[in-house]
Ligand binder design. Structure first.
Ligand SMILES: NC(=O)c1ccc[n+]([C@@H]2O[C@H](COP(=O)([O-])OP(=O)(O)OC[C@H]3O[C@@H](n4cnc5c(N)ncnc54)[C@H](OP(=O)(O)O)[C@@H]3O)[C@@H](O)[C@H]2O)c1
Length: 400
């Protein structure tokens, strides 16, 4: 469903002041000044010096366009990534529909790609390093910038298609397990919690799949929930027991299976019946739930804390959650990126099965609709940037 929108395209909003000035000067010179030879020279020169890229950009009315926008410039401590593969998260469509995103923002969080430029004072990354991760908006583009330490460095054995599926989900799983529940970091043999139970509710979600694997690597006994068709898959990932998340008896079955000793849970669904079901699965004497959407348990002595993946960037956030920037969340984010890199070199992580769409950025609308309709089951939607048929297209507008 593509609509030619050449006429209605909004000018991009960019963060870098100098390039913004250059962009605006160029537009002003092109469209307002009489076309004298000098004006034509200045206009074309400014356009040529400002390199552009293709990106999916919000229009301010729950839609996005494929547009030419300036390539971002890495600031101190940041790196420029040439994006290879992007992956989709629920936050991507929520940003458009629930947040009612303002116009001119590049959408998308998860990516993998190659370091193509180092900003000033970068010390830890090198040109051509293969990396993955997420940015809180800005990934569905040919290039993005990110702090050099907030990327997962990839071993050669990991493809960009696999690595794009790590970002938000894997780092969120780390935040839930280590930051909020305080379980030991995997591979730290002195701190393993052998056989202590943990519940991963909605274990087939991308976040849940990583939470199961990481909790297992910490030596925990993993109890998970999912639709029955995913039970064998979650056991393959490391779950010891799996129950049906839609069965109203599941909480009672979990209490029975854990002899009422379960004190920790990650609720990767955090809506509908899950707040009640997860709370009821825990030891009534007290327990703790790390959630992905905010809620307070109605059960006495059960505490909940909601993680915010984008808190690793250390700034106050207003979407998807309102949070206050915290330096410890930045250092945790850096540590989780290093941990994930290390686990990849040891081939200790399995990626959610991929559902790859064929036309790169031009397939994103289709993928968004598929996800918004609740059709994602134990899979991660990915798009290869190089699959975008750019040669045939000028500009298209999408609508959700
Ligand atoms: N706070 C944060 O920073 C943060 C970070 C990441 C994600 N999130 C949020 O966490 C949620 C999960 O994200 P994700 O990317 O991991 O999800 P996802 O991979 O898109 O989740 C898909 C899974 O959801 C499960 N599901 C569907 N209906 C369910 C229900 N009624 N009860 C339990 N599970 C159900 C399905 O499991 P079955 O196939 O087994 O039915 C499906 O496999 C989203 O709401 C997302 O916005 C928040």
């Amino acid at each position: 469903m593509f609509v030619d929108s050449t006429a209605g395209l909004i000018p991009p909003i960019i963060s870098d002041t100098d390039r913004q000035l250059s962009w605006r000067l160029s537009i002003v010179i092109s469209y307002l000044a009489p076309p004298t030879p000098l004006v034509l020279f200045l206009s074309s020169h400014l356009h040529l010096t400002m390199k552009t890229m293709k990106a999916l950009v919000t229009t301010g009315d729950a839609r996005f366009v494929l547009a030419d926008v300036p390539i971002p410039v890495p600031r101190s401590g940041e790196i420029l990534i040439n994006v290879a593969v992007i992956a989709q998260n629920p936050v991507d469509w929520k940003y458009l529909v629930i947040k009612s995103a303002a116009a001119g923002k590049i959408i998308g969080w998860d990516f993998s790609g190659t370091v193509s430029q180092l900003g000033p004072h970068c010390q830890n990354r090198r040109l051509n390093d293969r990396v993955a991760g997420f940015v809180p908006g800005g990934a569905f583009a040919e290039y993005l910038v990110i702090p050099e330490d907030l990327v997962i460095v990839l071993p050669e054995t990991v493809s960009f298609e696999d690595a794009a599926r790590l970002g938000t989900a894997c780092i969120t799983a780390c935040q839930c397990l280590y930051q909020e529940l305080g379980i030991p970091i995997p591979l730290d043999e002195h701190g393993l919690l052998v056989d202590e139970p943990i519940l991963i509710w909605s274990g087939a979600s991308s976040t849940g799949q990583y939470a199961i694997q990481l909790a297992r690597l910490s030596g925990m006994r993993v109890v998970a929930t999912a639709a029955p068709e995913n039970h064998e898959f979650l056991k393959f990932l490391g779950a010891d027991e799996v129950f049906d998340h839609s069965d109203s008896w599941t909480a009672r079955k979990i209490v029975s299976a854990t002899a009422g000793t379960l004190c920790m849970a990650v609720d990767c669904w955090s809506q509908g019946m899950s707040p009640n079901q997860v709370s009821s699965s825990l030891d009534p004497r007290g327990g703790r739930i790390a959630t992905v959407l905010p809620y307070a348990s109605r059960t006495p002595f059960i505490e909940t804390t909601c993680v915010a993946a984008n808190s690793i960037f250390g700034q106050d956030t207003s979407f998807p959650l309102t949070t206050t920037g915290h330096t410890s969340h930045v250092s945790n984010g850096i540590a989780y990126c290093k941990l994930i890199s290390h686990l990849l070199t040891l081939t200790k992580l399995k990626f959610p099965p991929a559902k790859q769409y064929p036309r790169g950025l031009l397939s994103v609308l289709e993928g968004m609709e598929y996800m918004r309709q609740g059709k994602v089951h134990a899979e991660k939607i990915i798009y290869r940037i190089s699959d975008t048929p750019l040669s045939k297209i000028a500009k298209y507008m999408y609508g959700l």
